[in-house]
Design a protein around this ligand. Structure first.
Ligand SMILES: [Zn+2]
Ligand SMILES: [Zn+2]
Length: 292
């Protein structure tokens, strides 16, 4: 009984978020901080759960991990989301207006249809960006996220800032949508992703793990052998991986790249420059041996 109730935790949180946004007063919907407040609250709830019901002892939180996660949570909510708004969302919204693009069909759809539309559009873009990162030199921006050596609630926010920016890009600003439906979808995506990185010992119902990404599927994506990371790309709806043939069943307890070398924040920030630094060193070496 207790186990069944606990397995319903993830779906229950999605229902709660949906109820919250579908009944939120206009003043809350118009306040841009409400969506951030819901994100932070749900993140704190999952972090609290991690303290009491660990999935793996080796993923237990310790001081350095906590401070790193805190740094990235602040970076994301205080900087990256603002930069995303200024450099991507606002120009897209202006282009939409200038070109006269309208989608009244979307605006007049039922609330839940609008939520599902945002989830699909945002995640479709994220899926392909993430897949590109694992199959091209853009990997250098994403690799720091795969150097994490344990999974925890806020780890979805840990990575090189350029990657965090790239993976958050979407074309949702081109659609006419209710603000509450958009915020509801963003909070749903956040909660699914938080649980998919969390060290919480619970197993979601089968129907949930068929549609949404769970810790089982995402931990497999964080596998140690690089080639084994090329699966389960979807941040939140794993259904997209099922559709495009990249879904793999299983779970990984040991995570990390390069023999599980943990990176410092500075190393995470500098990581995409590694190929350039290696090229400069190689050229200097060739020049020195030619001169010698
Ligand atoms: Zn990845
Ligand atoms: Zn991840």
């Amino acid at each position: 009984m207790k186990r069944t109730m606990f397995s319903l935790l993830q779906p229950s949180m999605l229902v709660l978020i949906t109820v919250f946004w579908s009944s939120a007063p206009a003043s809350w919907i118009d306040n841009p901080f409400t969506v951030t407040a819901v994100s932070i609250t749900t993140l704190l709830i999952v972090q609290l759960l991690e303290l009491f019901i660990n999935r793996h002892a080796s993923w237990r939180m310790y001081r350095l991990e906590f401070l790193t996660d805190l740094f990235y949570a602040v970076l994301y909510f205080a900087v990256i989301s603002g930069v995303e708004d200024s450099l991507a969302e606002a120009p897209l919204a202006s282009a939409k207006q200038a070109l006269g693009i309208t989608s009244n069909w979307a605006l007049h759809s039922p609330f839940l249809v609008q939520v599902a539309l945002v989830v699909f559009v945002v995640e479709f873009g994220q899926y392909w960006m993430h897949r590109l990162m694992h199959n091209s030199p853009v990997w250098w921006t994403h690799a720091p996220h795969h150097h994490i050596t344990q999974l925890n609630a806020a780890k979805g926010l840990v990575g090189n800032p350029l990657e965090l920016f790239l993976v958050s890009l979407s074309v949702i600003a081109l659609f006419d949508l209710r603000k509450d439906a958009t915020f509801c979808a963003l909070n749903i995506l956040g909660v699914v992703s938080t649980f998919a990185h969390a060290n919480v010992r619970n197993t979601a119902p089968r129907w949930y793990s068929y549609i949404f990404t769970t810790i089982e599927a995402h931990s497999l994506h964080h596998s140690v052998p690089y080639n084994d990371t090329r699966c389960n790309y979807a941040n939140s709806p794993i259904l997209i991986d099922r559709l495009f043939g990249t879904f793999r069943e299983g779970e990984s307890t040991v995570v990390g790249q390069d023999n599980r070398k943990r990176l410092s924040i500075l190393e995470q920030f500098m990581f995409p420059l590694r190929p350039l630094i290696a090229m400069i060193k190689a050229r200097r070496g060739t020049a020195a041996s030619a001169a010698g």
